[in-house]
Design a protein around this ligand. Structure first.
Ligand code: DX5
Ligand code: ZN
Length: 222
């Protein structure tokens, strides 16, 4: 049994002091740096891309967990892999079964971990063709696009359904949850089987990020 890992999302960090914020969460025991890439098309918002991943790779030894909220992941995937992404998440809504298989193969060929994400209204069945091949499944617990939103109640049930689906085919991908996770919601998703918790505002929009991170981790392991 592994303790839950925290993946702080730098979307909520201070971009003018990004190096400092990443060093801070590394020191505080974060498991990953979560990088939210948005293209203004798959989601309304526009955030960061390949150049930021490249710079992060030079400044931290934490694994870079790149969440691609973009419409054309097959086109852009190789760039993020070259830039040093350690895990890459693509969305099931923009790829058919063949596209998902190609994305996973491309990520694995680069030696990185492959993950597939589901928006809140996308059924778990969308994972059927890849569940046995992915290293991680990302369950969105808010509509992707913005940090600081409230956790959609009942998202923990979807975590449990993903775990059940994986178990039924003898697979054991990590299950990550993203959106509105903090000390209050961490216990719910952890109890349902989540392994990795993404935290944006809960870690960075507070006075003491290191302490906030420890509090979420402790709440998850209760
Ligand atoms: C939402 C992003 C999340 C978000 C998390 O589209 O994928 O990673 O930044 O932020 P919080 O934890 O504040 O909901
Ligand atoms: Zn994310």
């Amino acid at each position: 049994f592994e303790p839950v890992k925290i993946a702080p999302s730098i979307l909520s960090a201070d971009f003018m002091n990004l190096g400092r914020d990443v060093a801070l969460i590394e020191e505080a025991g974060a498991g990953y740096v979560h990088v939210d890439v948005m293209d203004g098309h798959f989601v309304p918002n526009l955030t960061m891309g390949v150049p930021v991943v490249k710079q992060l790779k030079k400044t931290t030894s934490l694994p870079l967990d790149v969440h691609l909220m973009i419409s054309n992941p097959l086109e852009q995937l190789p760039w993020f892999l070259d830039a040093g992404a350690d895990s890459v998440t693509v969305h099931a809504e923009v790829l058919d079964a063949d596209g998902l298989a190609r994305a996973v193969a491309c990520i694995h060929a680069a030696g990185a971990k492959a993950a597939v994400s589901l928006k809140p209204r996308t059924p778990v069945g969308a994972l059927a063709s890849v569940i046995a091949d992915v290293d991680m499944v990302l369950v969105m617990s808010v509509e992707p696009g913005f940090s600081g939103q409230s956790y959609i109640e009942g998202s923990e049930d979807k975590v449990a359904r993903v775990v059940a689906m994986a178990t039924s085919v003898g697979a054991s991908p990590l299950v990550q949850v993203d959106g509105g996770i903090g000390a209050a919601t961490a216990p719910l998703v952890a109890a349902a089987g989540a392994d990795v918790l993404v935290c944006g505002n809960a870690v960075f929009a507070v006075d003491d990020p290191a302490r906030a991170l420890a509090e979420v981790a402790a709440a998850a392991d209760e």
